[in-house]
Design a protein around this ligand. Structure first.
Ligand code: C2E
Ligand code: MG
Ligand code: MG
Length: 720
């Protein structure tokens, strides 16, 4: 019972009553009589008291005597109409004129009771009016509740981030929430009555119509159907090429609304649906996918995507018996740019190169950056070799004009290796590997050109691979040997130094010269352990000579660029040197100009460290590179070794002598020691003396010889 009364909305609240009558006895008896019917009863004996009461509170009901000493019931009624319109009035009066009653009702009285009346009559009348008041109150409350819940519902619907809509059976909007304004730029009013297809991009109308008609016939709901909707501005600018930006991707869930028919069928009333804007999520997903498949720096497809496209292109080519080509592109000397100008400029250069390369492509070609300064190009349809040559030449010439990056004029070349499908490989890995081999071949042939893959190249490569394996074994099994070639002072004819030159006593191939394996060792990283071994070996030899009390000449050791690039080059070098007990001022490091050019600043720093610890620095094969005087001045150099090609040219070309004389004069100016390499004859030696060289090295005095012979030569120098 308790629960019921709580839940009952029309539980009567208090009803207040004011009784106005000039007869005190009547007032008292009426109050008693009505107490069970009305909760709060006040009384007044005249108009003055009545108004005083009325000023204080609101009454639901007033029982007014028509004739009062200072006023009339009608006057109070008139006042009430203005100040307390909710108050219902029942007029009581001894006046039995019908006009009085009519007048009262006309003025808005609820009822008119003529005195004297039966108590039941009064009670009944009061019960009626109280009941009515309760009813009205309930009504008002209900109305408020309805208004409130409607407001609530509207609030929910309109603040939903999703578009909520209903369509009639023909597909016209009958309802849309406010979200449509935020999402698509339309007001709900603009769309109501319109076909939903106005929101569908023209290209997708057929598809969408099919989908929804299909759904409508069945009683199933569509869930999370992804589609595009046009924004209002898209309609305005539908010719704009950026129309795609004016579309919104939504995920739509829709449901048919049906009404059961008496015949058991269902009548289709329309559709109720919710569309969620997922554009941002889609955008984020697209960005993530893009990043996974593209290179961040250039936005070109990355290796993964390239592989994928290559696979697809192969399937196509196979199906249609077509030819295709891939190109492996590697920038020439990109590292120099990076090292000398810094990574930000290197990055900008890569971006600029990517731009130029893209301009060389046809539609359907894929250019990809697969790492560092390496690019791959897929040409999925080619008709002839000339086709490919044309594109390769176009690329080479596109890069001919220098790049201007932040005020730096940069020339960059590219080496291109080409592999053709199907003849050079019928799977991705082989094709890419062969393009790579061809690219190395292009690099070996002076760079900045292109080479097609050939099977002969492949053989050379596998030869290279076996050399690599053999070298590892050679290190372990002690097949390397150091030969020594004396450097002789031209004036005193005494041995000033010995150049250490490595030899490989190969079990099958016999004595292998450094030109046949040093560059391979550099490529595969074996150059570092090999060089360590050479340095250790000459230290041991120097100790042996010292023990035999032989004069120890300066020992020159060749250092390759790959060694210098190593971050711990200096420490490693000094560690071996000092560990081997050799004096650092008895050691000379020979370094070629090209090694210096790769990273001038890095090399200068490291060589200076060596020089600071007493090591001599010598520039090998001088004159063949592009060293400028400005570099030489910065370097802590002691010796210049004139390349043997100039010595050989001495009597062949006029230029030979000119160059040697020039180098010698320059070296004198810089107070450098000049050593001529490759001296084979006495005439050469005499001429070199005239031209101002300090020392020479060559077959004329001695071939490079093993340690035993070198010891003999040194012993022969001993006086007596
Ligand atoms: P390089 O430093 O310029 O060495 C001089 C080369 O000229 C040696 O060749 C030597 O045998 C050769 N030669 C000397 N006198 C004459 C001559 O009168 N006429 C002719 N035609 N040639 C002469 P080799 O020993 O074959 O070495 C070739 C190159 O290999 C060296 O050129 C050097 O760059 C490199 N190399 C040799 N040993 C090492 C080493 O231990 N480490 C490194 N990194 N490179 C080395
Ligand atoms: Mg040398
Ligand atoms: Mg040399």
């Amino acid at each position: 019972m308790q629960a019921f009364s709580q839940a009952h909305p029309s539980q009567p609240a208090r009803v207040s009553l004011l009784i106005v009558d000039d007869e005190p006895r009547y007032l008292d008896s009426t109050r008693l009589l009505l107490t069970p019917v009305v909760d709060g009863i006040d009384t007044a004996l005249d108009g003055a008291q009545a108004y005083a009461r009325l000023e204080q509170r609101l009454y639901d009901l007033a029982l007014l005597d028509l004739h009062l000493p200072d006023t009339t019931g009608h006057d109070i009624m008139a006042w009430l109409r203005i100040h307390q319109p909710q108050c219902r009035v029942i007029i009581t009066s001894g006046d039995d004129h019908i006009e009085a009653a009519i007048q009262s009702l006309r003025l808005g009285a609820y009822d008119y009771l003529r005195k004297p009346y039966e108590p039941e009559e009064l009670i009944q009348t009061l019960r009626n009016v109280v009941g009515r008041i309760h009813l009205e109150r309930d009504n008002r409350r209900l109305q408020q509740q309805i208004e409130h819940s409607e407001e609530w519902y509207r609030l929910l619907v309109n603040n939903s981030p999703d578009i909520i809509y209903t369509l009639d059976a023909r597909g016209s909007f009958t309802f849309l929430n406010e979200s449509v304004r935020r999402t698509l730029g339309y007001s709900p009013e603009e769309l109501i009555g319109q076909d939903y297809l106005v929101l569908v991009p023209p290209g997708e109308i057929d598809h969408v119509r099919h989908r929804f008609n299909d759904r409508r016939t069945g009683n199933r709901a569509t869930r999370n159907y992804e589609m595009r909707l046009r924004r209002k501005d898209d309609l305005l600018t539908k010719l704009s090429p950026h129309a795609i930006d004016n579309q919104v991707i939504v995920e739509l869930s829709a449901m048919g609304m049906y009404r059961a028919q008496p015949d058991g069928d269902e009548e289709f009333l329309g559709t109720y649906g919710v569309a969620r804007d997922v554009s941002e999520r889609k955008q984020a997903e697209a960005t993530i996918t893009f990043q996974a498949y593209h290179d961040q720096l250039t936005s070109l497809p990355n290796r993964t995507l390239f592989h994928d496209r290559l696979g697809q292109a192969m399937v196509q080519a196979k199906r249609h018996a077509q030819n295709m080509a891939i190109m492996f592109l590697d920038l020439d000397r990109f590292k120099v740019v990076n090292d000398t100008l810094g990574h930000p400029i290197g990055d900008s250069l890569l971006q600029a190169v990517a731009q130029r390369l893209k301009a060389c492509l046809r539609e359907g070609d894929t250019l990809s950056r697969i790492g560092g300064d390496e690019f791959m190009l897929l040409l999925p349809l080619i008709h002839s070799r000339e086709n490919v040559i044309f594109i390769a030449e176009k690329i080479l010439s596109a890069l001919k004009t220098p790049f201007n990056i932040e005020g730096h004029e940069i020339f960059i070349g590219v080496s291109i290796g080409i592999a053709l499908y199907p003849e050079d490989g019928d799977n991705r890995e082989t094709l890419i590997k062969h393009a790579d081999i061809a690219m190395y071949h292009a690099k070996d042939h002076g760079r900045n050109n292109f080479k097609f893959f050939t099977h002969a190249l492949n053989k050379a490569l596998s030869g290279r691979l076996s050399v690599e394996n053999d070298m590892r074994r050679a290190l372990q099994e002690g097949q390397f040997q150091v030969y020594y070639q004396p450097q002789v002072d031209i004036e005193s004819r005494r041995i000033r130094g010995m150049e250490a030159l490595i030899r490989w006593q190969h079990p099958r191939r016999g004595l292998v010269l450094p030109d046949d394996f040093i560059s391979i060792a550099e490529d595969c990283g074996l150059i570092n352990p090999i060089s360590d071994w050479v340095l250790g070996s000459i230290c041991r030899q120097a100790n042996l000579w010292a023990a035999s009390r032989l004069p120890i000449p300066t020992l020159a050791v060749n250092v390759s660029p790959r060694q210098i690039e190593h971050p711990h080059f200096v420490d490693r070098f000094m560690e071996i040197l000092l560990g081997g007990c050799a004096r650092s001022d008895a050691i000379e490091v020979e370094i070629t100009e090209s090694a210096l050019m790769r990273d001038v600043d890095g090399a200068i720093g490291k060589l200076r460290k060596l020089a600071d610890q007493g090591v001599n620095i010598s520039i090998d094969d001088f004159g063949t590179g592009y060293s400028s005087l400005s570099y030489l001045k910065k370097l802590p150099i002691h010796t210049l070794k004139i390349d043997r090609s100039f010595v050989q040219d001495l009597f062949r070309h006029q230029s030979g002598a000119t160059i040697v004389a020039g180098i010698a004069a320059m070296a004198k100016g810089l107070k450098l020691h000049v050593v001529a390499e490759g001296v084979e004859t006495e005439e050469q030696l005499n001429y070199l003396r005239e031209l101002g060289c300090d020392a020479y090295q060559g077959f004329y005095f001695s071939h490079p010889v093993d340690a035993g012979k070198a010891t003999e030569i040194l012993s022969a120098q001993l006086p007596g």
